[in-house]
Design a binder for this molecule. Structure first.
Ligand code: GDD
Ligand code: MN
Length: 380
């Protein structure tokens, strides 16, 4: 018998009394380069949540400014604070998901580290959830009483446009579906975790869409503060990720952002191919070597673009980069054969040139994409 099993059985009550109070609320705080904000945030949480059993889970993506050290220094003195340091990974949504999954409290909140979200809203959010008729409370900048004065003009416009787009496409009746500030019941979050995308900023929208209308949601207004330390990480890439998320959800998961990026790179590669072909012919080369050279140039260009965009989270460098390039040539060549094979087969049945051509090209890109994912940029 193991030692643990032979220990005397303790009553649950005496067990819980012998422990520090277990948290009722976990506040998940994703961080990237926020070392100057974490201390102030903990102080503010402490004041705002007086008398409540809370914990703060900071999820840091190995920030180069020592954010995780700053959090751990606080955690060494305050048992309510934890740091989850992730290495070799980046992504706001993924950080939030892992933080929430590490919680065992009945309620979980997500909030930014940069003091732009008003911590005084937390007790009200918690009370709403505890009343039992709500699953998610969203901190909203765009309902009466809330605002985002601190947004620049263009940023405010972008945020509202993204919100309108999301409402239009998905029928989510929320004034601020882009909010990064919300609290929800953990028993509603846990079953959804597997369907969530780890890319981008739109974790709340993803949760709501994945739940397919089963969540009872209310909004609470707050005033979006301004950032004093550090800078925003929202950029064009985040915008693209957002559009990708909408597309994935609308197609029931058939078209992923990664596939879309791959297809776009392929389309750009067609342009590169034609340009190279034209140039070679211009130099007086014969057609077959020109076409061969253009194919090689296009494949190399596609590889470079896919390596830095489509598979940026699995980017190959050094020797692996060269091996990957050779693998990509191989995959693309077989893809081209598949393309021609399917198109010719179809054409034999139904001699509509564009239909056969399109089907062939589609087969080619699907083949290339699956093989690239499997062989070239396979998960580390
Ligand atoms: N772990 C981790 N990894 N944290 C990240 C990452 C990442 O890759 N990128 C950003 N964060 C953290 C930041 O450190 C900050 O605490 C929080 O996520 C929000 O990032 P900001 O860069 O400050 O975003 P913002 O203020 O421009 O955007 C706000 O508005 C968006 C909607 O318009 C946020 O509230 C977003 O959550 C919200 O979606
Ligand atoms: Mn911010």
């Amino acid at each position: 018998m193991s030692q643990i099993a032979s220990l005397p059985q303790r009553q649950p009550e005496s067990l819980s009394r012998s422990l520090v109070r277990t948290p009722e609320l976990s506040i998940v705080v994703p961080t990237f380069k926020e070392s100057g904000n974490v201390g102030v945030l903990v102080q503010r949480l402490d004041a705002a949540l007086e008398g409540q059993a809370w914990e703060a889970i900071f999820v840091d993506d190995d920030s180069p400014d020592g954010t995780s050290d700053a959090v751990k220094a606080i955690a060494a003195l305050d048992p309510r604070v934890r740091c989850l340091r992730r290495v070799s990974r980046r992504g706001l949504a993924g950080a939030c998901i892992e933080g929430m999954l590490s919680s065992s409290a009945p309620y979980v909140a997500v909030m930014d580290a940069d003091l732009q979200h008003d911590e005084n809203l937390l007790p009200r959010m918690l009370a709403k959830l505890k009343s039992g008729d709500t699953d998610v409370v969203v901190g909203s900048r765009y309902v009466a009483g809330g605002n985002a004065h601190s947004f620049s003009k263009s940023r405010g416009l972008m945020s509202r446009a993204a919100g309108s787009l999301a409402r239009l496409w998905t029928h989510v009746e929320l004034s601020d579906p882009m909010s990064g500030f919300f609290m929800m019941r953990r028993d509603r979050f846990d079953p959804l975790a597997r369907s969530l995308s780890t890319q981008g900023f739109k974790i709340l929208l993803d949760i709501i869409l994945s739940a397919k209308g089963t969540l009872r949601i209310v909004e609470e207004p707050y005033v979006f503060g301004s950032r004093t330390y550090g800078e925003s990480k929202l950029d064009a890439q985040v915008g693209l990720d957002f559009l990708g998320l909408l597309l994935t959800k609308l197609t029931g998961g058939a078209v992923t952002p990664r596939f879309l990026s791959y297809a776009l790179v392929g389309t750009a590669g067609l342009g590169v191919h034609l340009f190279a072909l034209r140039t070679a012919l211009g130099f007086g080369w014969a057609f077959p070597p020109s076409q061969a050279m253009a194919t090689l140039v296009a494949m190399t260009g596609n590889y470079l673009l896919n390596n830095s965009l489509t598979f940026r989270d699995k980017r190959l460098t050094g020797l692996a980069f060269m091996k990957g390039l050779l693998g990509f040539y191989l995959v693309s060549s077989v893809g081209a054969l598949t393309n021609v094979g399917v198109a010719s087969w179809l054409y034999a049945y139904e001699p509509v040139w564009w239909l056969a051509g399109l089907a062939g090209a589609l087969m080619g890109v699907v083949w290339n994409y699956s093989m690239s994912t499997l062989l070239v940029w396979r998960a580390k």
